[in-house]
Design a protein around this ligand. Structure first.
Ligand code: IMP
Ligand code: MG
Length: 179
């Protein structure tokens, strides 16, 4: 696994430090609020677990599971929620936790869909952002790392459902993978 993906593009140390900063910022911004941290599964699971433990205020945890109609590496933006929230988010301050924002279509769809449940506020936190991939205008409130337009795996992110357990982020070597 490590041979295929070579050097990490974000190391475990860099990840830990950045998540600590995000946690501090979110702790400050959401102090005193009725706060729900909503993770988007599966991709966000690793980031979510670390981020949640870096936030030092009382909060509820909840999850959505989505599948996207992605053929190979590109998302069509047609996401389907396959597992719904269990918390009632009406009147609450919701922070949606994503693994990566590329075109922005998934995040936009989820924000619109959750907004119908009338939360008091809804913001987005993503571990990774690929600004070059954006096809729509969307505000992402918290970004861990901006990365170039390369396909990455590890730390929750998959390539055809594998490599999510790689403990760091690495770019897929397209030649070896023969995509
Ligand atoms: P978007 O709708 O184009 O913003 O894509 C978001 C979704 O595409 C993410 O939640 C990921 O599941 C997937 N995705 C986009 N880029 C990558 C990548 O480099 N590695 C793994 N998954 C990715
Ligand atoms: Mg995915």
């Amino acid at each position: 696994m490590e041979r295929i993906f070579g050097r990490p593009i974000v190391t475990q140390e860099e990840m830990r430090a950045r998540i600590r900063e995000l946690g501090k910022q979110i702790t400050t911004d959401y102090a005193g609020k009725d706060f729900v941290l909503v993770g988007v599964l599966k991709g966000a699971y690793a980031f979510y677990a670390d981020l949640a433990r870096a936030i030092r205020i009382p909060m509820r945890v909840d999850f959505l599971m989505v599948t996207s109609n992605k053929s190979r590496l590109k998302t069509s933006g047609k996401v389907k929620i396959v597992t719904e929230l269990t918390e009632d988010i009406k009147g609450k301050d919701v922070l949606l936790v994503e693994d990566i924002v590329d075109s922005g279509l998934t995040a936009q769809y989820l924000v619109k869909t959750l907004a119908r449940k009338k939360p008091r506020s809804i913001k987005v936190c993503t571990l990774l952002s690929k600004p070059e991939g954006r096809s729509i205008d969307i505000v992402i409130d918290y970004v861990g790392f901006k990365i170039p337009n390369k396909y990455v795996v590890g730390y929750g992110l998959d390539y055809q459902q594998k490599y999510r357990n790689l403990p760091y982020l690495a770019a897929v070597d397209m030649e070896e993978e023969q995509v």
